[in-house]
Write a protein that binds this ligand. Structure first.
Ligand code: MTE
Ligand code: MO
Length: 437
């Protein structure tokens, strides 16, 4: 649903009127249904019953596409099977973010992991018969099943940050087109898989290898089989760094269908778009990859400072590589009341493929800052959790601001470095608190 529809429960009904089956598919996510009453069968029915708080005795009578009246409010919480509390920004393709206070866990539970889709996800995914092909500039092109990957390579589990390059776009002025992500197009799940580097080494990179090219099984929004929604890649040096995984499990379970089941890349610290979902092929190329969303101004920023709203020639854009230093307050939730004069503040900080050295908080609009306690990352590519006790001098309205500084001494800026496509907003996160004293 669009933002407008979200605030207007009628929207969902209109939307179902047009095409109930595709609405079911989008609203309830994973679908493999043989007939019109799909979401009322199997997992869909169970989910719905759980959400409604009881079984639906007459579910066989429910026409396709009917929306239980109980869903007219709080729809955001129930829209996507296996997800909980996500805010839907767009339904075609499905894009949903996580409110900051639901990202409070050190390791993001799958149900809280955001969804960023450029196309139509594959349905009827068969993990047992899934294959990954490695080809292009390699000595030994290969096609591997998931079982082959597990058998032939060391299996590792790592906590890895995935953040969309457009996270924070909603705060651009002038506006940038695209999904209006606020804070929650970021997550740090625990991923299990094999190292991309190990697989590439086994295939043997040939002299002249420059870039990877990633391909997935999702379809272009037009539905045309020969058009890809997105196919990005990374320079060989980045591909060979040991934190990148070809992952088949998320938090100890198969990947969520919307997070790329049954196989995906996880390239932490770089734009999420490098982490191809529903991964089927990695091609090694002798040039910078030129697949969809690699060229033009996609995932690129001007190579010089520009004024807000300035037009920038396409040749003046550079491909985004590492993501910038950033932090997020995940507790307390913004707009809560604080009883007493003290509150425990908690959150996470991360910086591309660097470490964060320092996290600071301010309650006086940036005049003074205090250091928070900052934990080490669980492993390279994980975010770092911070904690602080914040005292307020008197009752009243406060904002808590957070600022992280990485191991190169680079801090978050106060103001957005505006760019035409709305990428890389790493300004301070702020929460509002009313202190009751
Ligand atoms: N096949 C495929 N892979 C994809 C995408 C996609 O649309 N199709 N979206 C990318 C983008 S832009 C991001 S930010 C991440 C988001 O991962 P998530 O949806 O699991 O959170 O997936 C990336 N991988
Ligand atoms: Mo993204």
């Amino acid at each position: 649903m669009s933002k407008n529809e979200k605030n207007n429960p009628q929207g969902i009904y209109k939307y179902y009127e047009k095409n109930p089956e595709s609405a079911d598919e989008k609203v309830f996510g994973r679908v493999s249904y043989p007939d019109r009453r799909g979401f009322l069968k199997g997992a869909g029915l169970a989910t719905m019953a759980a959400v409604l708080g009881g079984a639906i005795p007459f579910h066989r009578n429910m026409p396709a596409g009917i929306i239980p009246a109980a869903f007219a409010e709080g729809l955001d919480d129930v829209m996507i099977e296996g997800k909980d509390g996500l805010t839907v920004l767009n339904d075609r393709p499905m894009n949903a973010e996580t409110p900051p206070h639901l990202l409070n866990d050190d390791v993001t539970p799958t149900r809280r992991h955001f969804i960023r889709n450029n196309g139509i996800p594959p349905t009827d995914v068969d993990a047992d018969n899934w294959t990954l092909t490695i080809d292009g500039l390699v000595d030994k092109p290969m096609t591997l099943s998931i079982a082959d990957l597990k058998k032939n390579f060391e299996v590792v589990e790592q906590q890895l940050v995935v953040e969309c390059g457009g996270n924070g776009r909603a705060f651009f002025d002038p506006k940038a087109t695209g999904n209006q992500w606020t804070y929650g197009a970021v997550a740090c799940s625990s991923w299990t898989g094999v190292r991309l580097a190990d697989v590439l080494k086994a295939a043997g990179l040939k002299v002249g290898a420059v870039y990877t090219a990633h391909y997935g099984a999702d379809k272009h929004l037009s539905g045309k089989a020969d058009k890809l929604p997105i196919s990005r890649g990374v320079p060989i040096a980045k591909a060979l760094s040991s934190e990148n995984l070809i992952a088949f499990a998320q938090n100890g379970e198969p990947l969520h269908p919307m997070n790329g089941a049954p196989l995906r890349l996880v390239v932490p610290g770089w734009p999420g778009s490098c982490s191809q979902k529903w991964l089927t092929r990695i091609e090694i190329r002798d040039q910078i990859h030129d697949g969809p969303k690699m060229t033009g101004t996609s995932y690129r920023v001007p190579n010089r400072p520009v004024a807000p709203g300035e037009k920038v020639a396409t040749e003046d854009f550079d491909i985004i590589e590492r993501m910038p230093v950033k932090s997020l307050i995940t507790s307390p939730q913004t707009n809560t009341e604080v009883m007493g004069n003290e509150v425990a503040v908690r959150g996470h900080a991360w910086s591309g493929d660097r470490k964060v050295d320092k996290v600071q908080l301010s309650i006086d609009f940036g005049a003074t800052w205090m250091d928070a306690d900052l934990a080490a990352p669980a492993n390279t590519g994980a975010w770092q959790t911070f904690n602080a006790k914040v005292k307020f001098p008197q009752a009243g309205y406060y904002e808590v601001w957070v600022k992280a500084t990485d191991d190169q001494g680079i801090s978050q800026p106060f103001a957005i470095a505006w760019n035409p496509k709305g990428y890389l907003n790493n300004t301070f996160h702020r929460i509002a608190l009313v202190v009751k004293g």
